[in-house]
Design a protein around this ligand. Structure first.
Ligand code: C2E
Ligand code: MG
Ligand code: MG
Ligand code: MG
Length: 292
């Protein structure tokens, strides 16, 4: 099997490589069918307040896409999101995630007086760079009735590599609408510091890969402390993701981290269980515009 590597370059794959390419192609095909056959669902993972009067209450939830294939079983987003991006299927999928989760959260707000519940939605750079992205978000908010202040968009550093000016315009437009902007997977990409300076993010999400090292890895522990300080200096809320132990929570909350997301409190849950979790854990009753 030959693979074009760039102008004038062709590389011949090893049998293993061509096998995995075949797998990729098969999976891409399955992905198209999955969209048609609606094999996707959503899971929600709560983010809890770490300290102060509202400690232990839910502030927000991240929505995560789930693909259950009839024969292949559960397929991780880490595997299929990149394929969906390559094929641009992510545009349709991402729109569905945004619309479905906004609708779901609005229903919970209305039916259970969870007025300030916020939902965080991952946005692929492929979606974000499209010209009509801001309008799409505005339309979905209007259709579902979800207040803009109850929506958070999670964007990774990969979004803003080029065209910083256009990205900045878009982010500011979304911010003016009242939407929260979160910088996801902080520290795993490039030029993070520049992004903090030029883009109007409200929330910084510390990546699991750093959280994992707390408290045993001194370097990770110090880096996380530094990231929290950095965010505080920019008036941003800090969310730690991938928190699994009580020790990590202790370090993070003492260090000033505002919100905790991770298996320690809850795995991502299907909608019915999410609602049960929300009803068990009182929702923070502050208005979303307040800082935690
Ligand atoms: P992410 O946005 O950084 O999401 C956090 C990931 O960490 C989720 O993985 C979540 O299940 C996992 N996680 C949270 N707490 C813990 C923990 O305590 N321990 C461990 N081991 N893992 C934890 P998931 O659901 O597999 O998603 C992986 C990535 O796929 C996401 O990373 C995000 O980049 C992408 N993704 C998921 N759903 C969507 C979506 O709707 N749209 C887009 N564009 N990307 C999505
Ligand atoms: Mg995320
Ligand atoms: Mg993340
Ligand atoms: Mg991550």
């Amino acid at each position: 099997t030959a693979k074009v590597q760039g102008p004038g370059q062709i590389r011949f794959c090893t049998p293993q490589a061509s096998q995995s390419m075949l797998e990729q192609i098969r999976l891409q095909h399955e992905l198209f069918l999955a969209v048609k056959q609606q094999q996707f669902s959503l899971a929600y993972q709560p983010q809890l307040i770490t300290c102060g009067a509202y400690q232990g209450q839910v502030m927000s939830m991240e929505v995560l896409l789930r693909w259950q294939h009839p024969e292949l079983g559960f397929i991780s987003p880490a595997r299929f999101i990149p394929l969906a991006e390559e094929t641009r299927l992510i545009i349709e999928l991402g729109h569905w995630v945004l619309k479905t989760s906004c609708h779901q959260v609005r229903q919970w707000q209305l039916e259970h007086q969870l007025d300030n519940l916020r939902v965080a939605v991952n946005i692929s750079s492929v979606q974000f760079v499209r010209e009509d992205f801001v309008q799409q978000v505005a339309d979905i908010l209007e259709e579902t009735g979800l207040p803009a202040s109850c929506l958070e968009l999670e964007i990774t550093e990969s979004v803003a590599m080029e065209q910083a000016e256009q990205v900045s315009l878009k982010l500011n437009e979304l911010k003016r609408m009242g939407i929260w902007l979160a910088l996801d997977d902080f520290g795993t990409g490039f030029s993070s510091l520049k992004y903090l300076k030029i883009f109007p993010f409200d929330i910084l999400k510390i990546d699991k890969s750093f959280v994992d090292g707390i408290p045993h890895d001194q370097q990770d522990t110090r880096l996380v402390e530094a990231m929290i300080h950095l965010a505080q200096g920019q008036n941003m809320q800090v969310v730690a993701e991938g928190v699994e132990t009580e020790e990590q929570i202790k370090h993070l909350s003492q260090g000033g981290c505002d919100l905790i997301q991770g298996y320690y409190f809850s795995r991502p849950l299907p909608p019915q269980q999410t609602l049960e979790f929300l009803l068990e854990h009182q929702l923070a009753c502050k208005t979303p515009a307040d800082n935690v």
